[in-house]
Design a binder for this molecule. Structure first.
Ligand SMILES: NC(=O)c1ccc[n+]([C@@H]2O[C@H](COP(=O)([O-])OP(=O)(O)OC[C@H]3O[C@@H](n4cnc5c(N)ncnc54)[C@H](OP(=O)(O)O)[C@@H]3O)[C@@H](O)[C@H]2O)c1
Length: 215
């Protein structure tokens, strides 16, 4: 299993997932336009994380995480550099959230249900292997969340080996991965972030997770 993780991003999701990877014994480099934003995080990581440009982090990682604002994802991948993405698993927690305020607790999107953000990313960088994951739960519950049983994490992507990489990581992070199929399934997975956020945005709290029940 690859042990070097390049995390594109400096925000809450990037830092939370970086902390999770460090906890589980991986080496981490975060990428950002401004490494100063990560000074506190790097100080607290005890030397187990480093930071650089988006290109530095993508060159470092054997597996990448795209933890950036949805409407900046294509710009960030361009800065990362196509050659640094080639044949790599790219974990994609991005959501196509618009800047406009929510309506009745329902977030607004920059994509329509007939076409997902991840399909655009996969089409722009066909040699990278995108896998949707970590998109349908809040950052506070992304690493070994404490619920009565393991939450489901729906994933999808076109490359079976990449989905296997991500499933192994998800199990370490305390989730039950559920493979929903090709990148087209992101049309159904990305809107789950809107559903997940409704209780929080309507004052009912943020402490919940999805679980797929089977028999
Ligand atoms: N917050 C959550 O609980 C949660 C849960 C599930 C999924 N997600 C998704 O995870 C992703 C990251 O979320 P987040 O809350 O951690 O942070 P965010 O505020 O959505 O994104 C911050 C990151 O986006 C980059 N960015 C923003 N505008 C940019 C631009 N114009 N050009 C280049 N880079 C730009 C920033 O780069 P710099 O470092 O260079 O400033 C930063 O690294 C989002 O797509 C979000 O929808 C969030």
């Amino acid at each position: 299993m690859s042990k070097k993780i390049g995390i594109l991003g400096s925000g809450g999701v990037a830092q939370t997932l970086a902390g999770g990877f460090i906890k589980h014994g991986y080496e981490v480099k975060l990428g950002t336009r401004d490494t100063g934003k990560l000074a506190d995080f790097l100080g607290e990581s005890g030397g187990k994380a480093s930071a650089g440009t988006f290109a530095d982090a993508s060159a470092f990682g054997e597996i990448l995480v795209l933890a950036v604002k949805g409407n900046a994802a294509l710009d960030v991948l361009k800065l990362a550099g196509e050659s640094n993405l080639k044949n790599k698993t790219v974990i994609d927690p991005t959501n196509p959230i618009a800047d406009a305020p929510p309506q009745d607790g329902v977030l607004k999107c920059i994509r329509q249900i007939k076409h997902s953000l991840m399909e655009d990313l996969q089409a722009a960088y066909p040699s990278a292997n995108f896998v949707k994951a970590f998109s349908m739960i809040g950052g506070a519950h992304m690493v070994n969340p404490q619920f009565a049983s393991a939450p489901t994490m729906f994933i999808c992507g076109n490359n079976a080996a990449a989905k296997n990489d991500v499933s192994e990581i998800l199990k370490k992070f305390g989730f039950e991965p559920e493979d929903m199929g090709t990148a087209a399934a992101a049309r159904a997975i990305e809107p789950l972030c809107m559903l997940w956020c409704i209780p929080g945005l309507t004052g009912q709290g943020w402490n919940h997770a999805f679980k797929l029940l089977k028999k």
